[in-house]
Design a binder for this molecule. Sequence first.
Ligand SMILES: CC(C)(COP(=O)(O)OP(=O)(O)OC[C@H]1O[C@@H](n2cnc3c(N)ncnc32)[C@H](O)[C@@H]1OP(=O)(O)O)[C@@H](O)C(=O)NCCC(=O)NCCS
Length: 180
Amino acid sequence: MPVPHNTEHLRFRRMTPADLDEMAALLGDPAVMEFYPAPKTREQAPAWIAWNEDNYATYGLGLWIIETHDGDFVGDCGLTWQRVNGELKLEVGYHVRPAWQGRGFATEAAAASRDFAQEHTDALELVAIVHPDNRASSRVAEKIGMQRVDDDLGADGSVRHVLSMRLRSTADLSDGDRPR
Ligand SMILES: CC(C)(COP(=O)(O)OP(=O)(O)OC[C@H]1O[C@@H](n2cnc3c(N)ncnc32)[C@H](O)[C@@H]1OP(=O)(O)O)[C@@H](O)C(=O)NCCC(=O)NCCS
């Protein structure tokens, strides 16, 4: 099963239960989870890993582990299907350990995930769903070619910015694949 291509500083691999310590530390870090309802507890981290293993098996994609070429754990990045105002859209997501932030790593990894979506899915569009105050996340999305197009309204009334880019034009699809 393919994963995104290597970047200048990073390589991708599938997440497994052996990543529990690193993933629990990442998802339990209040700085990393500032724009989520709460950091995840160690007990919640296995469900995140299992969700990604399900996504690899079902869709051939998910959030993958990103690590340096020396094998140092950097975080996760990749693709998941998410509902945006009721419609399923392919989203790129990323979480980088604070120690590795500010070096362009999220941008490198997000660009490789975008390329994977172009090469290995039929999706026409890639989105990023971002908390309005999460400037770092919006910048990563903008730097790989996205623009804010919409807001997603949660059931609780919360607002998320939706940034989007086209992955291919409908002219690239065969007649049978063209949306109607
Ligand atoms: C978002 C995140 C992945 C970015 O990781 P990163 O590796 O530091 O990002 P990059 O180094 O590729 O930086 C990308 C851009 O964001 C900018 N940026 C980074 N941190 C920023 C901040 N706190 N405020 C404003 N801009 C910021 C960078 O300056 C850069 O833009 P520039 O080239 O125009 O200067 C990281 O901050 C993170 O893990 N945040 C917590 C998890 C999260 O919110 N994920 C997104 C969920 S939607």
